[in-house]
Design a protein around this ligand. Structure first.
Ligand SMILES: *[C@@H]1O[C@H](CO)[C@@H](O)[C@H](O)[C@H]1NC(C)=O
Length: 299
Protein backbone atom coordinates (compact mmCIF):
# COMPACT_ATOMS: atom_id res chain seq x y z
CA UNK A 1 0.00 0.00 0.00
CA UNK A 2 2.66 2.50 1.00
CA UNK A 3 4.77 1.55 -2.05
CA UNK A 4 1.78 2.25 -4.28
CA UNK A 5 1.52 5.74 -2.84
CA UNK A 6 5.23 6.24 -3.28
CA UNK A 7 4.92 5.20 -6.88
CA UNK A 8 2.06 7.65 -7.50
CA UNK A 9 4.00 10.40 -5.77
CA UNK A 10 7.02 9.62 -7.95
CA UNK A 11 4.86 9.83 -11.07
CA UNK A 12 3.43 13.13 -9.90
CA UNK A 13 6.90 14.57 -9.30
CA UNK A 14 7.96 13.43 -12.73
CA UNK A 15 4.94 15.14 -14.29
CA UNK A 16 5.46 18.41 -12.42
CA UNK A 17 9.12 18.38 -13.37
CA UNK A 18 8.02 18.40 -16.99
CA UNK A 19 5.65 21.29 -16.38
CA UNK A 20 2.49 19.25 -16.64
CA UNK A 21 -0.11 19.74 -13.96
CA UNK A 22 -2.33 16.95 -12.79
CA UNK A 23 -5.87 18.23 -12.67
CA UNK A 24 -9.08 16.20 -12.40
CA UNK A 25 -9.96 16.75 -16.04
CA UNK A 26 -6.39 16.11 -17.13
CA UNK A 27 -5.82 19.53 -18.67
CA UNK A 28 -2.42 21.25 -18.62
CA UNK A 29 -1.35 24.81 -17.96
CA UNK A 30 -4.16 27.30 -17.43
CA UNK A 31 -3.84 30.51 -19.39
CA UNK A 32 -5.30 33.79 -18.17
CA UNK A 33 -5.35 36.73 -20.55
CA UNK A 34 -6.27 40.25 -19.48
CA UNK A 35 -5.80 43.78 -20.67
CA UNK A 36 -3.32 46.02 -18.93
CA UNK A 37 -4.90 47.95 -16.08
CA UNK A 38 -7.61 45.40 -15.38
CA UNK A 39 -7.68 42.80 -12.59
CA UNK A 40 -6.68 39.19 -13.13
CA UNK A 41 -7.95 36.18 -11.20
CA UNK A 42 -5.43 33.34 -11.20
CA UNK A 43 -7.34 30.13 -10.50
CA UNK A 44 -6.13 27.43 -8.14
CA UNK A 45 -8.37 24.83 -6.54
CA UNK A 46 -7.55 21.60 -4.76
CA UNK A 47 -8.75 18.57 -6.65
CA UNK A 48 -10.21 17.17 -3.44
CA UNK A 49 -12.02 20.46 -2.66
CA UNK A 50 -10.86 19.94 0.93
CA UNK A 51 -10.87 22.90 3.30
CA UNK A 52 -7.71 24.94 2.79
CA UNK A 53 -8.21 27.45 5.65
CA UNK A 54 -5.61 25.72 7.79
CA UNK A 55 -3.34 24.71 4.93
CA UNK A 56 -0.22 26.30 3.49
CA UNK A 57 -0.10 27.51 -0.08
CA UNK A 58 2.44 29.61 -1.89
CA UNK A 59 2.04 31.58 -5.11
CA UNK A 60 5.24 32.30 -7.01
CA UNK A 61 6.05 33.92 -10.33
CA UNK A 62 8.59 32.59 -12.83
CA UNK A 63 9.92 30.09 -10.34
CA UNK A 64 11.06 32.55 -7.68
CA UNK A 65 9.28 35.82 -6.99
CA UNK A 66 6.98 35.68 -3.98
CA UNK A 67 3.49 36.69 -5.09
CA UNK A 68 1.30 35.54 -2.21
CA UNK A 69 1.90 33.30 0.76
CA UNK A 70 -0.74 31.79 3.02
CA UNK A 71 -0.18 29.61 6.08
CA UNK A 72 -3.20 28.78 8.20
CA UNK A 73 -4.53 32.33 8.33
CA UNK A 74 -1.23 34.18 8.28
CA UNK A 75 -0.63 35.63 4.84
CA UNK A 76 1.13 38.29 2.77
CA UNK A 77 -1.54 40.90 3.55
CA UNK A 78 -1.55 40.53 7.35
CA UNK A 79 2.07 40.44 8.32
CA UNK A 80 3.75 37.56 6.57
CA UNK A 81 7.00 39.07 5.11
CA UNK A 82 8.76 38.15 1.89
CA UNK A 83 6.33 39.36 -0.77
CA UNK A 84 8.05 40.75 -3.85
CA UNK A 85 7.87 44.53 -4.23
CA UNK A 86 6.13 44.13 -7.59
CA UNK A 87 3.04 42.66 -5.89
CA UNK A 88 2.83 44.75 -2.70
CA UNK A 89 -0.74 45.83 -2.04
CA UNK A 90 -2.06 44.38 -5.31
CA UNK A 91 -2.73 40.75 -4.50
CA UNK A 92 -5.56 39.26 -2.47
CA UNK A 93 -6.99 35.83 -1.86
CA UNK A 94 -10.64 34.84 -1.49
CA UNK A 95 -11.11 34.09 2.21
CA UNK A 96 -14.63 32.71 1.81
CA UNK A 97 -13.54 30.33 -0.93
CA UNK A 98 -10.78 28.66 1.10
CA UNK A 99 -13.15 26.19 2.73
CA UNK A 100 -13.89 24.77 -0.72
CA UNK A 101 -10.19 24.30 -1.39
CA UNK A 102 -10.13 27.39 -3.59
CA UNK A 103 -6.80 29.23 -3.26
CA UNK A 104 -7.27 31.52 -6.25
CA UNK A 105 -5.81 35.03 -6.06
CA UNK A 106 -6.63 38.35 -7.65
CA UNK A 107 -3.96 40.71 -8.96
CA UNK A 108 -5.26 44.23 -9.25
CA UNK A 109 -4.31 46.81 -11.86
CA UNK A 110 -2.16 44.43 -13.91
CA UNK A 111 0.90 45.59 -15.82
CA UNK A 112 2.60 44.02 -18.82
CA UNK A 113 5.46 43.04 -16.49
CA UNK A 114 3.04 40.83 -14.52
CA UNK A 115 2.95 38.51 -17.53
CA UNK A 116 4.61 35.21 -16.85
CA UNK A 117 4.30 31.75 -15.37
CA UNK A 118 2.77 31.44 -11.93
CA UNK A 119 2.66 28.45 -9.64
CA UNK A 120 0.21 27.76 -6.84
CA UNK A 121 1.92 25.28 -4.56
CA UNK A 122 0.59 23.20 -1.68
CA UNK A 123 3.96 21.84 -0.54
CA UNK A 124 2.68 20.06 2.57
CA UNK A 125 -0.08 18.11 0.94
CA UNK A 126 0.42 14.42 0.36
CA UNK A 127 0.89 14.21 -2.51
CA UNK A 128 2.10 17.74 -3.01
CA UNK A 129 -0.01 19.75 -5.46
CA UNK A 130 1.35 22.40 -7.81
CA UNK A 131 -0.78 24.26 -10.32
CA UNK A 132 0.63 26.19 -13.25
CA UNK A 133 -1.05 29.34 -14.50
CA UNK A 134 0.23 31.46 -17.34
CA UNK A 135 -0.74 35.12 -17.20
CA UNK A 136 -0.69 37.28 -20.29
CA UNK A 137 -1.24 41.00 -19.69
CA UNK A 138 -1.89 42.78 -22.95
CA UNK A 139 -1.15 46.43 -23.62
CA UNK A 140 -3.00 48.06 -26.48
CA UNK A 141 -1.93 51.64 -26.95
CA UNK A 142 -3.94 53.51 -29.57
CA UNK A 143 -1.99 53.89 -32.80
CA UNK A 144 -0.92 57.44 -33.52
CA UNK A 145 -1.22 58.48 -37.15
CA UNK A 146 0.07 61.47 -39.04
CA UNK A 147 0.76 62.74 -42.52
CA UNK A 148 4.52 62.94 -42.88
CA UNK A 149 4.69 64.50 -46.29
CA UNK A 150 2.17 65.55 -48.88
CA UNK A 151 2.83 66.58 -52.45
CA UNK A 152 0.28 67.55 -55.09
CA UNK A 153 -0.88 64.02 -55.75
CA UNK A 154 0.44 61.71 -53.03
CA UNK A 155 0.58 61.70 -49.23
CA UNK A 156 2.93 59.72 -47.03
CA UNK A 157 1.14 58.46 -43.92
CA UNK A 158 2.78 57.11 -40.80
CA UNK A 159 1.35 54.95 -38.07
CA UNK A 160 3.14 54.50 -34.76
CA UNK A 161 2.36 51.94 -32.08
CA UNK A 162 4.25 52.69 -28.90
CA UNK A 163 4.50 49.79 -26.49
CA UNK A 164 2.09 47.02 -27.39
CA UNK A 165 2.01 43.49 -25.97
CA UNK A 166 1.55 40.86 -27.25
CA UNK A 167 2.96 41.89 -30.61
CA UNK A 168 0.15 43.20 -32.79
CA UNK A 169 -0.24 42.90 -36.54
CA UNK A 170 -0.51 46.42 -37.90
CA UNK A 171 -1.93 47.50 -41.25
CA UNK A 172 -3.12 50.52 -43.13
CA UNK A 173 -6.60 50.37 -44.62
CA UNK A 174 -8.67 52.66 -46.82
CA UNK A 175 -12.26 53.53 -45.91
CA UNK A 176 -13.50 50.40 -47.72
CA UNK A 177 -11.32 48.24 -45.48
CA UNK A 178 -8.82 47.32 -48.19
CA UNK A 179 -5.34 46.59 -46.91
CA UNK A 180 -2.78 49.00 -48.38
CA UNK A 181 0.79 48.05 -49.15
CA UNK A 182 3.02 49.32 -46.35
CA UNK A 183 6.34 50.66 -47.51
CA UNK A 184 8.38 50.69 -44.38
CA UNK A 185 8.10 48.82 -41.14
CA UNK A 186 10.21 49.31 -38.09
CA UNK A 187 9.77 46.88 -35.26
CA UNK A 188 11.64 46.99 -32.01
CA UNK A 189 11.14 45.47 -28.61
CA UNK A 190 11.89 47.24 -25.37
CA UNK A 191 11.08 45.88 -21.94
CA UNK A 192 8.71 43.28 -23.35
CA UNK A 193 6.70 45.80 -25.39
CA UNK A 194 6.66 46.25 -29.14
CA UNK A 195 7.23 49.50 -31.02
CA UNK A 196 6.06 49.50 -34.59
CA UNK A 197 6.17 52.12 -37.33
CA UNK A 198 4.32 51.56 -40.57
CA UNK A 199 4.24 53.93 -43.53
CA UNK A 200 2.10 53.98 -46.62
CA UNK A 201 1.69 56.24 -49.63
CA UNK A 202 -1.83 57.16 -50.74
CA UNK A 203 -3.04 58.91 -53.87
CA UNK A 204 -6.72 59.52 -53.23
CA UNK A 205 -8.85 61.61 -50.92
CA UNK A 206 -10.16 59.21 -48.29
CA UNK A 207 -10.36 58.30 -44.63
CA UNK A 208 -7.42 56.04 -43.88
CA UNK A 209 -7.07 53.94 -40.76
CA UNK A 210 -4.20 52.20 -39.07
CA UNK A 211 -5.47 48.99 -37.48
CA UNK A 212 -3.60 47.06 -34.79
CA UNK A 213 -4.80 43.56 -34.00
CA UNK A 214 -3.72 41.38 -31.08
CA UNK A 215 -5.06 37.90 -31.73
CA UNK A 216 -4.04 36.48 -28.35
CA UNK A 217 -6.08 38.96 -26.37
CA UNK A 218 -8.81 39.31 -29.00
CA UNK A 219 -8.18 43.00 -29.23
CA UNK A 220 -8.33 45.43 -32.12
CA UNK A 221 -7.76 49.15 -32.01
CA UNK A 222 -7.47 51.72 -34.79
CA UNK A 223 -6.86 55.37 -35.50
CA UNK A 224 -8.10 57.29 -38.53
CA UNK A 225 -6.82 60.15 -40.56
CA UNK A 226 -8.50 62.07 -43.34
CA UNK A 227 -6.40 62.84 -46.39
CA UNK A 228 -7.47 65.40 -48.96
CA UNK A 229 -5.88 65.24 -52.34
CA UNK A 230 -7.09 67.83 -54.84
CA UNK A 231 -9.63 66.24 -57.20
CA UNK A 232 -8.49 68.49 -60.07
CA UNK A 233 -4.93 67.29 -59.71
CA UNK A 234 -6.18 63.75 -59.52
CA UNK A 235 -8.12 64.12 -62.79
CA UNK A 236 -5.06 65.67 -64.43
CA UNK A 237 -2.92 62.74 -63.35
CA UNK A 238 -5.54 60.40 -64.68
CA UNK A 239 -5.90 62.05 -68.09
CA UNK A 240 -2.12 62.33 -68.45
CA UNK A 241 -2.01 58.61 -67.86
CA UNK A 242 -4.70 57.93 -70.44
CA UNK A 243 -2.95 60.04 -73.06
CA UNK A 244 0.37 58.35 -72.39
CA UNK A 245 -1.33 54.97 -72.59
CA UNK A 246 -2.98 55.88 -75.88
CA UNK A 247 0.27 56.94 -77.51
CA UNK A 248 2.06 53.93 -76.12
CA UNK A 249 -0.72 51.71 -77.35
CA UNK A 250 -0.75 53.19 -80.84
CA UNK A 251 2.99 52.80 -81.03
CA UNK A 252 2.82 49.21 -79.78
CA UNK A 253 -0.06 48.48 -82.15
CA UNK A 254 1.89 49.88 -85.07
CA UNK A 255 4.92 47.78 -84.20
CA UNK A 256 2.82 44.64 -83.92
CA UNK A 257 0.97 45.51 -87.10
CA UNK A 258 4.23 46.03 -88.97
CA UNK A 259 5.60 42.77 -87.64
CA UNK A 260 2.49 40.90 -88.68
CA UNK A 261 2.54 42.50 -92.09
CA UNK A 262 6.22 41.62 -92.53
CA UNK A 263 5.42 38.07 -91.54
CA UNK A 264 2.47 37.88 -93.95
CA UNK A 265 4.48 39.36 -96.80
CA UNK A 266 7.26 36.90 -96.13
CA UNK A 267 4.91 33.92 -96.11
CA UNK A 268 2.91 35.35 -99.07
CA UNK A 269 -0.45 35.24 -97.38
CA UNK A 270 -2.33 36.87 -100.27
CA UNK A 271 -5.87 36.70 -98.80
CA UNK A 272 -4.89 38.58 -95.71
CA UNK A 273 -2.81 41.11 -97.66
CA UNK A 274 -5.81 42.04 -99.74
CA UNK A 275 -7.42 43.60 -96.65
CA UNK A 276 -4.29 45.58 -95.85
CA UNK A 277 -5.51 48.96 -97.07
CA UNK A 278 -8.72 49.09 -95.07
CA UNK A 279 -7.10 47.77 -91.95
CA UNK A 280 -4.39 50.38 -92.11
CA UNK A 281 -6.96 53.14 -92.41
CA UNK A 282 -8.86 51.93 -89.40
CA UNK A 283 -5.64 51.71 -87.44
CA UNK A 284 -4.85 55.33 -87.95
CA UNK A 285 -8.24 56.36 -86.65
CA UNK A 286 -8.80 54.00 -83.77
CA UNK A 287 -6.99 53.33 -80.56
CA UNK A 288 -4.32 50.79 -80.03
CA UNK A 289 -6.70 48.44 -78.32
CA UNK A 290 -8.59 47.85 -81.57
CA UNK A 291 -5.34 47.27 -83.41
CA UNK A 292 -4.14 44.73 -80.92
CA UNK A 293 -7.51 43.04 -81.06
CA UNK A 294 -7.32 42.79 -84.86
CA UNK A 295 -3.85 41.45 -84.57
CA UNK A 296 -5.09 38.61 -82.43
CA UNK A 297 -7.90 37.98 -84.89
CA UNK A 298 -5.33 37.60 -87.66
CA UNK A 299 -3.48 35.13 -85.50
C1 LIG B 1 -12.56 30.26 -6.79
O1 LIG B 1 -12.90 31.57 -6.39
C2 LIG B 1 -12.86 32.54 -7.41
C3 LIG B 1 -13.16 33.89 -6.78
O2 LIG B 1 -14.41 33.93 -6.17
C4 LIG B 1 -13.84 32.18 -8.49
O3 LIG B 1 -13.77 33.11 -9.55
C5 LIG B 1 -13.55 30.80 -9.00
O4 LIG B 1 -14.52 30.42 -9.94
C6 LIG B 1 -13.49 29.80 -7.87
N1 LIG B 1 -13.09 28.51 -8.38
C7 LIG B 1 -13.79 27.40 -8.22
C8 LIG B 1 -13.24 26.17 -8.83
O5 LIG B 1 -14.85 27.39 -7.61
Amino acid sequence: MSTAWEFLFFCFCLLTVFGITLTPNGSGVVRVVVKEGSDAILPCSLNTKENAESKLFDWKKDGGKEVFFYDAGLHSNNGRPGQDQQFKGRVSHFQDELKFGNASIKIRNTKVTDSGDYTCDFPRLQPRQIFHIQLVVGASPEPSVKTLNQTQDVALLQCEILGAFPKPTVEWQDSAGNKLPAEETQVSERGGSFYIILQTTVKKTDNYSCVATQEEIKHQIYAETYVFISEKLFVDTCSRGVVAGLFGGIFLGAVIFAAVQAFLVATKFITVRRNKGSREKRLSLRSCRAAVKKHSLID
